[in-house]
Design a protein around this ligand. Structure first.
Ligand code: ADE
Length: 248
């Protein structure tokens, strides 16, 4: 996976992405990061300026179409293709695990970050294939949102997580929230680890974890259960749970 980020703040993206698991994936060549500074595509006469007043008036500045187009074309020239171009905006489709999985199939992915009051709509019409929001709140720019998308996509790329199973098993991987985890000591502040996890009986542990996932999902995110694949026994467990949540 090769990420290309069109941004006014490349150092913000580089600092974030070169850290922790994504940093290791970049160093190990599993993913790559290419930040294109939109400012470097300003016309000579504008001396690095890429924003202007909005037609029709109003507060703030708008990023001009041409520098964004030129930044995208510079990526196309390098890749020899016209990659999917994701514009980070609160007006977009809400990001999800499913979208992360879809994006992970691309060889090259362009992420376009806006700032100020946005980007001239005409270049969005020309180059953007997906408009994506990371939630119903407004950030000062698209950079943090682009990093959220790249982080979630990276962990779907083979070899990025050392334990390749963990990407699939965690919350949302199977449409459910994850079960609780415990590590040493066995008793902490008077609180013991659930017995079953010390039993060494793999089958029972798996069953317990599945039930814990179902319970968490039912109590915290019941909307997710609508599309989860459940057995008859699991449906009965949930029915009993919702009747008497404290006993299950
Ligand atoms: N840019 C500003 N706010 C955003 C959000 N919530 N999601 C994606 N991009 C954004």
């Amino acid at each position: 996976m090769r990420f290309h980020v069109l941004t006014l703040f490349p150092e913000m993206i580089e600092n974030g992405m070169n850290t922790s698991i994504t940093g290791r994936a970049i160093a190990g060549g599993k993913i790559s990061l290419d930040c294109v500074n939109i400012r470097d595509h300003a016309p000579e006469r504008r001396k690095g300026r890429v924003d202007d007043y909005p037609y029709g008036g109003g507060a703030g500045m708008v990023i001009e179409a041409q520098p964004v187009m030129s930044a995208y074309e510079s990526v196309c020239a390098r890749t020899g293709s016209r990659p999917r171009c994701v514009y980070m905006t609160p007006q977009g489709k809400t990001f999800s695990q499913e979208l992360a999985r879809t994006f992970a199939k691309e060889e090259d992915l362009v992420l376009l970050c806006g700032h100020y009051e946005g980007i001239d709509e005409r270049v969005i019409e020309k180059i953007v294939t997906d408009e994506v929001s990371i939630g119903d709140y407004v950030l000062t720019g698209g950079e943090l949102a682009a990093m959220v998308v790249m982080d979630a996509v990276s962990r779907m790329v083979p070899g990025v997580l050392t334990n390749d199973l963990s990407g699939a098993e965690e919350s949302f991987g199977n449409g459910l929230l994850e079960y609780p985890q415990y590590t040493r000591p066995e008793v902490w502040e008077g609180m013991a680890v659930p017995e079953i996890l010390l039993s060494g009986h793999h089958g029972n542990v798996e069953k317990w974890r599945r039930m814990q996932s179902l319970k968490r999902t039912a109590l915290r995110r019941p909307d997710l259960l609508e599309s989860a694949q459940l057995t008859g026994e699991e449906r009965k467990f949930l029915k009993d749970l919702l009747a008497k949540p404290e006993e299950t």
